[in-house]
Write a protein that binds this ligand. Structure first.
Ligand SMILES: Cc1cc2nc3c(=O)[nH]c(=O)nc-3n(C[C@H](O)[C@H](O)[C@H](O)COP(=O)(O)O)c2cc1C
Length: 306
């Protein structure tokens, strides 16, 4: 006896996702390049590159290097700024039937709040993901995400400016991620996403030089998956809001591990660079898994590990 098509839909705050698969900020740009590979409407949501009030130039080159089972990046949140996002990038994304989540960055709490206020007024945005976890910029960002107090301050300031679904993106570069997740939720965050990259470095022994101009960068890819999975599990045990899990997801089985650990949705990041079709293949793979395990809806596997 065959089963009906399983229900892949999930909800993150007020965002209805047709499936649990989204893409990690900074690995998908603003969708323009990826739209040449597939119809972006196939995704559950799109999370765009970090967007700041004014354009940011980013760090010096080289900004990326490959590492065993992963990569380091120190882009430094290069982006064209809020006005350009609203006039150029958002109109393109609105052509697709997919929720758009804007990753927000700032050097100060006021800057996060100002970006949030402007995005709140724009048409066609489903949610904000506040990045308080980027290890590659000198001021702001991880400065806030490194303590429960700092996280709460940013979330509170942004919450006052928007009724959009608010997702707080956490860093793994902390001693106790659970206390930071709890503080973000108490301050008004509707959901948590994790993890951002792990701070690392790499050296070229022949040149006796660092491989990144910035010296340090953020580690991502399969190398970080066990750390990410552990943090998703710990945070899922501690908070009552939806979780978007990421860190080294390359295929559907990786995605399912994150959902079993407690993620309501997942993001594909570095996996997009290895295989541009990864995210849509993961949607299909999740569906196949549900059929194979006679599971009528994907939401029922969230946190189902024992
Ligand atoms: C090249 C690159 C750029 C990134 N830019 C951002 C960013 O702008 N904002 C952000 O919150 N995270 C950024 N990230 C982190 C990813 O969104 C993701 O949290 C991390 O890479 C872990 O997932 P992965 O192992 O699937 O890549 C970036 C990651 C990479 C590799």
């Amino acid at each position: 006896m065959g089963m009906n098509k399983p229900d892949l839909s999930v909800k993150i705050g007020n965002i209805n996702m047709k499936n649990p698969v989204t893409v990690a900020s900074g690995t998908f740009g603003f969708g323009q390049e990826m739209a040449e590979f597939y119809d972006l409407s196939l995704l559950g949501a799109i999370v765009v590159k970090g967007t700041s009030l004014e354009p940011w130039a980013g760090n010096d080159y080289p900004r990326t290097c490959e590492t065993p089972s992963g990569m380091l990046n120190a882009i430094g949140l290069q982006n064209d700024g809020l006005d350009n996002f609203l006039s150029e990038k958002l109109p393109f994304l609105r052509r697709f039937d997919v929720p758009v989540i804007v990753n927000v960055v700032g050097h100060s709490i006021e800057e996060y709040a100002a970006v949030a206020a402007a995005l709140d007024k724009a048409e066609g945005i489903a949610g904000l993901e506040i990045n308080i976890s980027c290890p590659n910029v000198k001021e702001g960002c991880l400065v806030f995400g490194a303590t429960p107090e700092g996280a709460a301050q940013v979330v509170k300031a942004v919450r006052e400016k928007t009724s959009l679904t608010l997702i707080t993106k956490l860093s793994p570069n902390v001693t106790d991620v659970v206390s930071i997740a709890k503080a973000a939720v108490e301050a008004g965050s509707d959901a948590i996403s994790l993890i951002n990259t792990l701070l690392g470095t790499a050296i070229d022994p022949w040149k006796r030089k660092f491989r990144l101009a910035n010296i340090t960068g953020g580690l991502s890819g399969p190398a970080v998956k066990p750390v990410a999975l552990r943090m998703v599990y710990q945070v899922a045990q501690a908070v009552d809001v939806p979780i978007i899990g990421m860190g080294g997801i390359m295929n559907a089985m990786d995605a399912i591990e994150f959902m079993l650990a407690g993620a309501d949705a997942i993001s594909v990041g570095t996996g997009n660079f290895v295989n541009p079709m990864a995210a849509v293949e993961i949607v299909k793979g999740i569906e196949d898994y549900l059929v194979a395990t006679n599971t009528p809806n994907v939401a029922s596997i969230v946190g189902a590990v024992s």
